[in-house]
Design a protein around this ligand. Structure first.
Ligand SMILES: CC(C)(COP(=O)(O)OP(=O)(O)OC[C@H]1O[C@@H](n2cnc3c(N)ncnc32)[C@H](O)[C@@H]1OP(=O)(O)O)[C@@H](O)C(=O)NCCC(=O)NCCS
Length: 176
């Protein structure tokens, strides 16, 4: 799916290492996703329509403690776009994020030119925070992003155990 949608992956996401779009590159990427998930930094789901792979969606840069925050990124295969798939997936991911994952806030960014993604976030109830300057280095330049947030229920944070990682890296993942 990443290979089929390579032009979009490169248009909206940071540059990938040489060989990313090969079988070996995809295997490395999957290993990274598994590793980040095991360390509690990521939740990653495939999106399926009638059992067919139609996209993926991820919570990344999960931060615990008093933040309980994550970045939301997603992609829908070109063949499945324009029929509400991303919006449904974002709503479901938010439900999981504020439910079993126990987060309090989600953020997501879209380039000003990515109107479809902005529309998805708005339809799923995200609030537009503003424009953040030069958030991601994409295709040779620092790209501004429109930042959105969704705040969950005001449940107090579960106290972070010592074994949970304290992550403070900036957000900006795109398709996970
Ligand atoms: C952005 C993306 C996930 C949307 O997926 P999707 O399943 O088509 O989204 P939905 O069908 O749920 O909603 C798309 C909305 O955008 C609107 N839209 C699409 N292209 C548009 C455009 N060029 N201008 C204005 N609105 C547009 C659609 O009409 C729809 O809104 P509506 O329901 O009010 O009519 C998909 O295009 C994609 O994967 N793009 C490449 C990767 C990407 O951009 N990921 C997000 C990075 S922030």
């Amino acid at each position: 799916m990443m290979v089929r949608n390579r032009a979009d992956v490169e248009r909206v996401g940071p540059a990938n290492a040489d060989g990313f779009f090969t079988e070996a590159g995809m295997t490395r990427r999957i290993d990274e996703v598994i590793d980040e998930s095991a360390r509690g930094l990521r939740r990653h789901w495939t999106i399926r329509v009638d059992g067919v792979l139609a996209g993926d969606i991820a919570l990344s840069h999960i931060q615990r403690g008093p933040l309980q925050n994550a970045n939301l990124g997603y992609m829908v295969d070109a063949a499945f776009r324009g029929r509400g798939v991303a919006t449904a997936a974002v709503r479901l991911a938010a439900e999981h994020a504020f439910g079993e994952v126990g987060l309090h806030r989600l953020e997501a960014g879209a380039m000003p030119s990515n109107v479809a993604s902005q529309r998805v976030l708005e339809k799923a109830g995200f609030t537009r925070v503003g424009t953040t300057r030069g958030l991601l280095f994409i295709a040779g330049r620092w790209e501004d992003h429109i930042l959105y947030e969704l705040v969950g229920p005001d449940t107090p944070p579960a106290m972070t155990s010592a074994s949970e990682p304290a992550v403070t890296s900036p957000s900006g993942d795109v398709s996970g």
